[in-house]
Design a protein around this ligand. Sequence first.
Ligand SMILES: Cc1ncc(COP(=O)(O)O)c(C=O)c1O
Length: 466
Amino acid sequence: MNLDISRQTLPASDAELLADEARYCSFGDTVHYSEPPKIFARCEGSYLFDTAGTPFLDLQMWYSAVNFGYANPRLNEVLKRQIDTLPQVASQYLHPTKIELATTIAEDAEAKWGNSGRVHFNVGGSQAVEDSLKLVRNASGGKSLVFAFEGGYHGRTLGASAITSSYRYRRRYGHFDRAQFIEFPYHFRGPKGMSKEEYGEYCVAKFERLFETEYNGVWDPKAGQCEYAAFYVEPVQGTGGYVIPPLNFFTGLKRVLDKYGILFVVDEIQMGFFRTGKLWSIEHFGVKPDVLVFGKALTNGLNPLAGVWAREELINPTVFPPGSTHSTFASNPLGTAVGLETMKMLAETDYATMVARKGAHFLAGLRNLRQRHPEIGDVDGLGLALRAEICEADGFTPNRKLLDRMVDIGLAGELEDNGKRLGLVLDVGGYYKNVITFAPSLHISSEEIDLGIRLLDQLLTRAKRG
Ligand SMILES: Cc1ncc(COP(=O)(O)O)c(C=O)c1O
């Protein structure tokens, strides 16, 4: 083996790193949104810093994985302590924080929804989604079909991409049983002349129509059985563009699911941990999940940890026995220790009030910006999950090119505020890839929110010039 690392003794320049990346890194595990791709070297609070030390205000916090700010001292400290105490242990053995974290999540769920349940850990979000698929298949006697929403995103492993709406993620690789995708009440682009609530009711009625007769393809009235085991939902769509449905929508949907014996699986991987102002975003909608999947911000982007909470009937050891799923790094102590500290922090601080207040401030700033830029067709927000839809000057036709230019200008790090040079990190989402999906740190200050709005103004003004 010829392992020559001598040339790695000096810090490589960005140009050298990019040349090696082009030669040695698979591109299959990334998306290069800007050309050349941006390299970051350090982070703190709401900022990323590039190798030249330029600060970039991050308004997307790693797709909402870092809700509590980069380099959060309290959470980082717990991770460092755990490294020196018990960094890893095979999953056949127990360690305290795994049990304490599962207990905290399960007790909270029982207090909120009156259902006892259990927590099952894995590493990444997609893996937890895979585990949830096993749970629902098992509980439904092996049914392998599920419903999911148009615009939904549940991950890119084979099982998770089968229930993610974009065919793009399946085209080359085939899929396991693909979900039946149901219309989501995306009101801004819905039929004209309907209120948001009416559109939600319309979507529920359209879904319920599937059960009217066996000829609609999903229901056997003689056996009283649906061919589909579960409905997978993101209460607020994430990758789909932070689309917030009407508040009465899920009560209508859940009524249909209960009537026809279909499990309700809630994916909180992106919207959980107070992104929307509640621990779980489904809490805004007054319905109870049968299964809830979480990940990302549980560990604030430190050691990965994801998991599933399910009702006791679905997950007790008799029906879902030991070894039903396994990963070497499932319930890893580094992740469970940080996750437990996150839950303690959430219990000690009034995040609900704080996130609602900051979200209202941010949304007011976006509304103000829309007054000055007709290209912002729609703005909306729930807590600190906010959206701005970038359009042509008609305020409706999606303008992906303009948004791509905004992202590039933000990443160039050449914006100016009060004589200071800085950049802006934005994320792109939406059915037409024209939505800025804002997921700032929940600890963002008022001054940083105002700065973000000023930088967006500058960015949009420059991007419109071409
Ligand atoms: C709603 C939702 N589900 C599942 C996933 C997949 O999680 P991971 O990327 O950790 O595999 C994501 C990731 O963005 C997500 O937003």
